[in-house]
Ligand binder design. Structure first.
Ligand code: AMP
Length: 458
């Protein structure tokens, strides 16, 4: 038995079975360091990013400490975004299968508060959510934290970047001092150390070497002056043909220009930035996540809304102003052991940014060879097409209704139907290219839930 096998840990057999069912056999490096300490109740400060298996690293100890018969909130996980909260809650629920009747609730902003209050009233063991909304619940008295034994600050650096420090402080004030506090962060700026000093007791520091060396992400840089950047970007996309890629720009205008340029040249690309209204941003995110748009051109702020567990590539059209932001950006590729690609374009005057990144990684950032790039290429056609249906949650539309309408009499193969997203008033369904025309025709002429809806391709 290897010492990184989960079975080498003092875990209940039911949990080991669950882990096996999930296909987790060996602990990831962060888990191997964190789990033995977390189950002993120690405070941890761990440098780990999404994709490293960090949720299980803190989740296993947290779940083992819960008393299922006590219907009070016993663990709180604070996350910077709704997307991460959902991801964390999903992973915790998977792990929690070993124990019946554990209730895990997400509390995030941007969603109606009423149903959240309802689920808290029914008694929850674990709350995962964003600081702003959790503070709202505390203020309303709909959430109590006086039975919390485990507090997790996930992606603490991002929470600080997003200005959540006051909210975090007021939340922590309501949690008993007798608790375990686990702090996860991709980077360790001074502020994180201060946060740790205030909220933790003798934390054990954990850092996984591979996070720093990033061996699974191939990083290359390409010197390019401004007007050379767009043609070069096109060449890089044409050569690598990544199925999913985020191109980061430092300004909104740049996002618009680059996205237009790529679209004009036949590439599947959409902008994502703060000047777009919510509807357009949602659409861009949906098309990207369901595989009907291959490339998003985004600012750092707008890309926070992105919940993609693994990108084939990240391209920095501009280098960011700090090495920490660079790490956040490229951390979206090469997750969970897959190979990632991070390409950066930079101008003559951005040499200091390259230096800062090299200092951070303590390694040289190699220059990419232009002559190795394919000279002739065709843009990648995304695998899926999105159809937009004029009915949503408010019309009681559910994914099964859409799937049923497509695969029933309409005869579309279920395997050709991709992700279904239901918003308040509209729904989106991804269909494989070859079936898209057929599906559109069937939906336009047929009915969903016995009703006629307008349907159009996006
Ligand atoms: P996380 O870093 O928590 O977002 O986890 C990244 C992904 O790795 C998730 O999809 C987990 O389900 C998966 N994962 C976590 N731990 C393991 C493990 N020990 N073996 C295999 N997969 C894992």
């Amino acid at each position: 038995m290897s010492d990184t096998a989960f079975s080498s840990q003092p875990l209940p057999a039911t949990l080991l079975d669950t882990l096996q069912q999930l296909g987790y056999e060996q602990m990831t490096p962060i888990q191997a360091q964190a789990i033995p300490r977390a189950i002993k109740g120690e405070d941890l400060i761990a440098q780990a990013k999404t994709g490293s298996g960090k949720t299980a690293a803190f989740g296993i100890g947290l779940l083992l400490r819960l008393k299922p018969a006590m219907f009070r909130v016993q663990a709180l996980v604070l996350c910077p975004t709704r997307e991460l909260s959902t991801q964390v809650a999903t992973e915790l629920r998977r792990l929690a299968r070993f124990q019946q009747n554990l209730k895990i609730v997400t509390l995030c902003g941007g969603q109606p508060i009423g149903p959240q209050i309802g689920s808290l009233e029914h008694g929850a063991h674990v709350v995962v959510g964003t600081p702003g909304r959790i503070e709202d619940h505390l203020r309303k008295g709909t959430l109590r934290l006086d039975a919390v034994k485990t507090l997790v600050l996930d992606e603490a650096d991002r929470m600080l970047d997003m200005g959540f420090i006051d909210a975090i402080e007021s939340i922590v004030e309501q949690i008993p001092g007798q608790r375990q506090t686990l702090l996860f962060s991709a980077t360790y700026p001074e502020q994180i150390r201060e946060l740790s000093a205030r909220f933790q007791q003798d934390p054990v520091e954990i850092s996984v070497e591979s996070v720093h060396s990033n061996s699974q992400i191939q990083q290359l840089r390409y010197p390019a002056e401004n007007k050379e950047k767009s043609p070069l970007l096109m060449k890089l996309l044409g050569h690598h043909r990544p199925a999913s890629c985020v191109v980061f720009c430092n300004t909104k205008q740049q996002c618009k220009d680059v996205s237009e340029y790529l679209t004009q040249h036949g590439f599947s690309a959409a902008p994502l930035h703060g000047d777009m209204d919510q509807k357009d941003r949602d659409q861009a995110l949906i098309q990207f996540s369901n595989g009907s748009c291959a490339t998003l051109i985004a600012t750092d702020v707008a890309a926070r809304g992105l919940d993609i567990s693994d990108l084939a590539a990240v391209i920095n059209y501009d280098l960011p102003h700090s090495a920490e932001t660079y790490v956040h950006r490229i951390g979206r590729t090469g997750r969970a052991g897959k190979e990632g690609l991070a390409l950066s374009l930079y101008g003559e005057r951005e040499g200091h940014k390259v230096k800062a990144i090299e200092d951070y990684f303590k390694q040289h950032l190699p220059v990419g060879e232009l002559h190795q790039l394919e000279q002739s290429y065709a843009p990648l056609t995304p695998e899926m097409v999105t159809l937009c249906i004029s009915g949503g949650r408010k019309d009681k539309m559910r994914p099964g209704d859409i799937l049923g309408a497509l695969t029933g009499e309409a005869g579309i193969d279920g395997g050709d139907v991709g992700k279904i997203n239901i918003l308040d008033r509209v729904a989106f369904v991804a269909i494989r290219h070859k079936s898209a025309k057929n599906a559109l025709g069937r939906l336009i002429n047929g009915k969903i839930k016995g009703r006629k809806f307008k349907v159009r391709p996006l």
